[in-house]
Design a protein around this ligand. Sequence first.
Ligand code: KIV
Ligand code: ZN
Length: 512
Amino acid sequence: MEGVFVSDLIQPVRERAKFPKRVYVFDTTLRDGEQTPGVCFTLEEKMEIARKLDELGVDVIEGGFPVNSEEETETIKRIKGLGLKAKICGLARCVTADVDACLKADVDRVHIFIATSDVHLKYKLRIDEARALEQAIAATDYVKAHGLECEFSCEDATRTPLKRLLKFYRGVEEHGADTHNVPDTVGVMEPEAMFSLISTLKMELKKPISMHCHNDFGLAVANTLAGVKAGASQIHTTVNGLGERGGNASLEQAVAALTAMYRVKTGIKLGLLKEVSKLVERFSMIKLTPNYPIVGDNAFAHEAGIHVHGVLAKAECYEPFAPEMVGQKRRIVMGKHTGKHAVASFVREKYNLSDEQIRAVVERVRNLTVSKKKIVEGDVVAIVEGVLGSVPESERAAELDEVLIMTGNKITPTASVQLTFDKSKRVAAGVGTGPVDAVARAIQSALGEEIKLLNYKLEAISGGTDSLCSVEVTVEDRNGKTATGLAIGGDIVMASVNALMESLNRIYSKRR
Ligand code: KIV
Ligand code: ZN
């Protein structure tokens, strides 16, 4: 597969596997994903996520558990009303009221479930196996009598004796169930065992098999893939792996692996994965860890010297596939592991500098890595600008002569500045939401023009209240000219003022 650099050792695995022609993605971000502690999507958010999931190409959207509330039913109905390509599904226990709520929500598919393991039957449902089977069959009949698709789950399937599991799946199949979903409810499976279980089910049952894996041991995606290798043709996933406890199988990871490792087709437009992940991150307010595979911020970031050198020479050295394939971008992060060589080649690649200028940039980047934890591209840009366009002392348009800042409880942060601008002295004052804001306003007022603050980044370099900090400021003038200033110091406010003055002088220098 072009642009994919996975191991050749997978080839025999691909040949042995009983992959289906295409894998259908059943996304449960809006149902199991919303069961993540602390996550609660609004109606509008659910509709927007559903639209995005549809654009992404998922086949089924589980919109929620309608019997939960009138609002939940209404939300699913509204999602259905969007007229998406994806089928809309609602969850229901094997009881009439739950299925009725799904009917009211106007879903295409009802996902009915009943627990089948000993522990669930005995302690949670307090019914015996025969009663549970009766309920499963009655619910299947009820769904099918209303002409809807029926997906059936044995909850806690992976802790249910195989004979019993087969009895339930066969029973509902005979009554018209369309899909057999196999939930690893507590995430207690491992790939070999899952392969074996799904192979048996596949042999014994006629209807398509679906995977629903939880991530309690971090194996949800591996178990999902093992099921697909054994012939399961549908996978339940959530965006960003949201879900109860350790979460569900991550849509991004499962689909990327199916495509890149196994070359199995899905309907997913991989290029939208990052965008969808970001949207769900924002609405769920669950921030992804930077090292989250496929869509995390560091998934295609390189810092260590050897890696940066290798990736710049040939991306394949340290990337399994091009970041653009999943809507990501490669990032080179300069840090203490970045060798001089790597910094030089990074800078050479991006800017047209002389060898002497490159040496100067490398030197400054290296010095900065001693005090700053993470050097991002913006820092390098500021350094390059500094080397290229360092505004000589004599040519600096604005010089801050004096600054006085007052802040505290019960007073509005206020600053007064005296500065020299084009050789004339100017004095002004400003108030703001904080000391930095107040001084920025005072400086702008002294200069007599409004400058837009595009970016303000503050980073503590070491722990403790006496920590050094680094501030990066990017400004834009009324003509759209932008410049970045960088300053380091022990005083947050003064480092911010210095970074701002640096960026302003760069703007004036660019104008000239
Ligand atoms: O994990 C689980 O068992 C479930 C069921 C409702 C299918 O989410
Ligand atoms: Zn689940």
